[in-house]
Design a protein around this ligand. Structure first.
Ligand SMILES: Cc1cc2nc3c(=O)[nH]c(=O)nc-3n(C[C@H](O)[C@H](O)[C@H](O)COP(=O)(O)OP(=O)(O)OC[C@H]3O[C@@H](n4cnc5c(N)ncnc54)[C@H](O)[C@@H]3O)c2cc1C
Length: 664
């Protein structure tokens, strides 16, 4: 178990230097991992101080690497940051070369203070901290180099065992770690092409995410306690739409690696499958995606309604990937049209399973299995309307559920002309899992919410749905999810007239295509079991991601798993071992440790209102499936919004032992 030798992280001094190793605190108590992948963490240097685990570490060398990186990342707008990081970097190099003087140490403190007080963004404000802590607590390290009067650089400063990360609370909150401050800065400079390229490092689905992403990044925005979070999702949408209008396609550059020529098969053309195909194709692999449905896109194409995600946007982004050489074979269900064995026989070197969750969970209510006409699970209803199939609902319907799928069903039904849409949810509005904006929009569009109510029985007349018997609920003690458990109120049954009943309470997966003897294992939740970092299943060469692994989650999480899997698949093919490299472990460690401090109120000028998007009036919205939310008005709005970003950049450096070279 790795131990703390010294820590000044977040201003809390833990000095274990006089203790023997066995008595020192475990590194994990500070939420720091002992390892990043196969490599032991010797120290972490970053925005909130120093954490040293290895007593033999030479801090001066590590600090020289850290400030060299800071110098590269400094944008140059604040002179103290740009010039100061160079001065610090040069002075540390001089000390390491045997040309340092003791007076340099006081000088370094002065410069560090100057950089911290004279910089406008967090890179300059926070990065001097570890230097100041080192000068205070590890002065002997500097003096050893200074008194040696000779170069201690036996070789040039190597970056072999250092892993740096430039993060920010928003970037850390994004499961795919898109460089949000980077693209906001590009928007501010009017370089929309660069802003799009930054997004496309992680995904081709920029316009899609700009419309439907649940934007966890915004919940991490430091502006929240000051005025309002940045409109990050809409900024993303703006660059995608601008790029689409101006043909910014040339950025889909490939970064071909030595393995070019090998082929990978993917099961399912949803966001996970297509994102994995995109990243593997960029690395030079030949990729074939098998898709059961007649269209690609997964739930983006057959779940999310087109008034939220116009199909020309989605199809353009899928087409970008196809133009890179990815082959998507639709109408081909793995399991019935082709088997896994046949896929291997085709000569593929690895398989990525991303088949999502396309079957409905059951409500456990009477009449559910009776196949009454008018009973249709939510995902089936959405799939049918998205595939252009005729659906007859009648004038009055009941939708059951409080999540996004339920909102999509209810709002789609309104657009199909249903006169009365009743939405039944067993908890209160506060506990509804759907996005707040979706709930608001559903209310505006006239959907009747029956809260604290649960279905008991589907009523029928001659095999045709005629209504729903429901019961009122009240909230009891909290359940495992921490939410208060809904409990039926005896004798409170009531009846709602309904010509159609659409349950939308969750989806489940179907893994029949794996066959009975597959080495791929299922979790107790009925999802695929994988290594959380590499996304590798227990079967050699088979990886998995997206909802099939995570359960019903989000597009951005599906994309994040696909990106990890693509790196691991590349390693598996090239080095016969799935691995993701220290940079990924670094990101994941920061996900756990957290970069956003919800209790902090940063110093910044407030009262700068967030820019919102234009929205179609309700009467126009409900008259068809035209896009309801219209994005920013134009570049002026996007630039003004990006100017609200104060660049809460945080630089971190992990010093690692040599370990086993993975995917670096
Ligand atoms: C109605 C609805 C609304 C949603 N709204 C949002 C939202 O606003 N924001 C958000 O972030 N997330 C939303 N989600 C969730 C999001 O769509 C999913 O998390 C995401 O699509 C998962 O991606 P995936 O690639 O893992 O799976 P999917 O998108 O489900 O794609 C899986 C693909 O695999 C195919 N497939 C299945 N079995 C086989 C087989 N045997 N052979 C070949 N192909 C197969 C399927 O046909 C499908 O195309 C919504 C989901 C639904 C259902």
């Amino acid at each position: 178990m790795a131990k703390v030798f010294f820590s000044s992280w977040n201003g809390k001094i833990i000095d274990e230097r006089k203790k023997v190793a066995a008595e020192r605190k475990d590194l994990q108590e500070l939420k720091f991992p002992g390892q990043l992948g196969d490599r032991a963490l010797r120290a972490f240097i970053g925005w909130a101080g120093l954490v040293v685990s290895d007593p033999d570490l030479d801090l001066v060398t590590a600090l020289a690497v850290f400030y060299g990186k800071m110098q590269k990342e400094s944008c140059g707008r604040c002179v103290p940051c740009r010039a100061g990081s160079k001065i610090i970097s040069d002075r540390l190099a001089a000390i390491l070369s045997g040309e340092g003087k003791e007076s340099d140490l006081e000088f370094l403190v002065e410069i560090a203070d100057l950089v911290a007080s004279g910089s406008l963004c967090e890179l300059g404000i926070s990065s001097p901290k570890p230097l100041k802590d080192a000068l205070l607590y590890f002065r002997d390290h500097f003096l050893t180099h200074i008194s040696a009067h000779q170069s201690s650089l036996t070789k040039p400063l190597s970056t072999d065992h250092y892993e740096t990360i430039l993060t920010a609370p928003c970037r850390n909150g994004c499961p795919a770690h898109i460089n949000i401050p980077g693209y906001l800065e590009s928007i501010r400079e009017g370089d929309y092409e660069e802003a799009l390229a930054i997004n496309r490092e992680k995904t081709p689905f920029v316009g899609t995410l700009g419309r439907v992403c649940v934007h966890p990044c915004e919940s991490n925005c430091n502006r929240q306690p000051v005025d309002q979070a940045l409109s990050i999702r809409l900024s993303k949408r703006f660059v995608a739409d601008f790029g689409l209008r101006n043909g910014y396609d040339q950025q889909l550059k490939k970064q071909v690696v030595k393995s070019a020529g090998e082929r990978v098969a993917i099961i399912g053309a949803g966001p996970a499958g297509i994102n994995a195909a995109y990243q593997l194709s960029r690395k030079g692999y030949g990729v074939t995606v098998y898709e059961a449905l007649p269209v690609a896109g997964g739930m983006l194409a057959v779940g999310i309604p087109s008034y939220r995600l116009p199909r020309d946007i989605l199809n353009y982004e899928i087409d970008l990937v196809c133009r890179m050489g990815v082959e998507i074979i639709c109408n081909t269900r793995v399991g019935s049209d082709i088997t896994i064995d046949q896929i291997w026989q085709e000569g593929f070197k690895a398989i990525f399973i991303a088949n999502g969750l396309h079957e409905s969970a059951t409500m456990g209510c009477e009449g559910e299995d009776a196949c009454y006409l008018g009973y249709m699970p939510g995902v089936e209803f959405l799939r049918r309307i998205n595939l252009g199939q005729k659906v007859e609902l009648g004038d009055t319907i009941s939708v059951i559920g409080g999540g996004n799928v339920a909102m999509d069903c209810a709002r789609s039904a309104v657009r199909l002309g249903v006169k009365e849409v009743n939405l039944i949810y067993r908890r209160t509005r506060n506990e509804m899992p759907a996005n707040a904006a979706e709930i608001r929009a559903a209310e505006e569009e006239g959907i009747n919410f029956h809260l604290l109510a649960n279905p008991v029985c589907i009523l029928e007349d001659g095999g045709v749905v005629s209504g729903m018997e429901c019961i009122k609920m009240e909230l009891g003690d909290p359940d495992v999810s921490g939410r208060r458990r809904p409990v039926p109120v005896d004798g409170s049954e009531f009846i709602l007239k309904a010509e159609s009943v659409i349950p939308a309470i969750g989806q489940v997966a179907n893994f029949d295509f794996l066959g009975e003897n597959s080495a791929v294992k299922l979790s107790r939740w009925g999802t695929l079991e994988v290594d959380d970092n590499t996304m590798e299943t227990a079967a050699a060469g088979i990886f998995a991601g997206g909802d099939a692994v995570l359960g019903a989650r989000t597009v951005i999480e599906a994309i994040a798993t696909a990106n990890r899997a693509a790196v691991a698949i590349d390693a598996y093919i090239r080095k016969a071992r799935a691995a993701v490299g220290p940079a990924f472990y670094f990101e994941r460690f920061l996900e756990t440790a957290g970069v956003y401090n919800p209790d902090g109120v940063p110093e910044m000028v407030g009262a700068r209102k967030r820019r919102e998007e234009e929205v179609l009036p309700v009467s126009e919205r409900i008259s068809g499936f035209a896009e309801a939310d219209l994005g920013f008005k134009g570049p002026g709005t996007a630039i003004a919004e990006s100017e609200r970003c104060v660049k809460c950049l945080r630089l971190g450096l992990a010093v690692l032992d040599a370990g086993r070279a993975e995917n670096d």
